[in-house]
Write a new protein. Sequence first.
Length: 301
Amino acid sequence: MSNKNHYLEQLENEAIYILRETAAQFEKPALLFSGGKDSIVLVHLALKAFRPGKFPFPLVHIDTGHNFQEAIAFRDYLVNQIGEKLLVASVEDSIKKHNLKETTGRFPSRNSLQTYALLDCIEENEFDACIGGARRDEEKARAKERIFSVRDDFGQWNPKLQRPELWDILNGKVQKGHNVRVFPISNWTELDVWNYIDKNNIELPSLYFAHDRECIQHQDKLVATSAFIQPIPGDTVVVEKVRYRTVGDMTCTAAVASNASTIQDIIEDIIQTRISERGQTRLDDQLSEAAMEDRKKQGYF
């Protein structure tokens, strides 16, 4: 076995262990599923962890209403293929329920409003653990997370009150009303994810591969035109060959110029780049250095 395959097997074994510990220690866990590559890898890991049985948790998608249609179509395709339960929590419903004010401006992200939909979904279904695909190389705030990351009665996170995790001992004991976010691929990098996808021939939405798309040139970003983002006078609109490194709202996720049409091409792209995927493509993360941490403290993924 090559060193790379041995390393990927170690990461896989750790993630499967975490998934099984989550199923064993919590009464009502859920797996947060966006239709993006990281959550697709989580589903693949869950298949290895629990087949031939059914998943001991449903898949939960927090639907902003500003999603890429390719991601939604793939979400439905994958759920149908594996025959597991999918719950969809609507940000639109939470906006109405809580009388929320949406972000204004040129690229109005609903990412922060996902927190309300997630917390509503947790309360309604009495979930005590939510499994997510966050990785420590994505963003500074996510590097502060533990694998079992506790949220208080209000769904909030305090990075200064994180539990120690010694060796591979995971403590799922929480106070009544508290919730845990679980991160099985916390120790993976973007490159690890793509090498794992390549090794296991995992299907992905077409968004991740080079395709022609009409985009607005905004500063150094390429933002796709859509029902939510339309050109205004003065915009430079181009049709470029692009791909997406991460899949978020269409309103805040930029594409990257790329000819990478295969997984091996993408792996070569990642090896060459020195900018994180969120740093390169997520407009809302660039509002401030603490943008992600502020959202996480309020209950964000």
